[in-house]
Design a protein around this ligand. Structure first.
Ligand SMILES: Cc1cc2nc3c(=O)[nH]c(=O)nc-3n(C[C@H](O)[C@H](O)[C@H](O)COP(=O)(O)O)c2cc1C
Length: 214
């Protein structure tokens, strides 16, 4: 008689846990660079990492006092640019900057006003096709989008933006030839992990719905 297959043993638990009060909960999410349009028609560019996709909608969590949130409430076009790990220093050059003038009180001391964010980061604007703000030429994935909803979060110092993706641009070398699939073996996001930058480790496996498994 053959035995019924047993479930594999769970991996070992990590040991005792501590109750802690961290002041941030950035537990490892991809960095995106949001291009938006300022009131004078110039572009703002801001790094953020509270972004995730629901079908063709990308949900973004933004500080309400930042220029990006102000722009999206008034001019809903944006580009969600995804940098790879090699761009972390350019992302970090943007980190202490805001496009908001004057600098909001909550940012005073740590941030400075910078109207020319692309130049400050050493990144290149490239025209978008369906929206007004530019794409970031160096980013391998660029999502042209429009904010459908911008609303206060439960904590009113943040806003939640629901952005509808209108067009996806993917660097040709990332696309599985002859398909619309991004090759996960080639695309590498830049991960923000408790305020430190990481790339991805080696692949562990894939879900049953993968369309790109070899
Ligand atoms: C890697 C990284 C991730 C960040 N993630 C977020 C985020 O998810 N939401 C947010 O509001 N700010 C985030 N920030 C902070 C903004 O970039 C910062 O507030 C910036 O001044 C916003 O620019 P703006 O005022 O021109 O929009 C992040 C910064 C870095 C460097």
């Amino acid at each position: 008689m053959t035995e019924a297959p047993t479930a594999p043993a769970p991996t070992q638990s990590p040991g005792p846990h501590l109750t802690i009060e961290p002041n941030i909960l950035y537990f490892g999410t991809p960095v995106v660079l949001l291009s938006t349009e300022n009131a004078d028609g110039t572009a703002n560019l801001a790094p953020m990492s509270s972004a995730w996709a629901l079908g063709r909608t990308v949900v973004l969590g933004l500080g309400a006092a930042g220029q990006t949130a102000v722009n999206l409430a008034q001019r809903p076009d944006l580009v969600i640019n995804l940098p790879g790990p090699a761009l972390w220093r350019a992302v970090e050059r943007l980190a202490p900057l805001t496009g908001r003038d004057p600098v909001p009180a909550a940012k005073a001391g740590q941030f400075r006003y910078e109207p020319a964010k692309f130049a400050a980061a050493g990144l290149t604007p490239a025209p978008a096709e369906l929206v007004r703000p530019p794409r970031v030429a160096e980013c391998p994935l660029q999502l042209e989008a429009r904010a459908g909803r911008v609303r206060p979060a439960q904590d009113e110092s943040f806003v939640i933006v629901e952005a509808d993706v209108l067009r996806v641009h993917a660097a040709a070398e990332l696309v599985v030839p002859g398909t619309d699939h991004v090759d996960p073996a080639r695309w590498q996001p830049l991960i923000y992990n408790f305020r430190h930058y990481f790339g991805l480790g080696a692949e562990l496996g894939h879900t049953f719905r993968s369309e790109t498994a070899s």
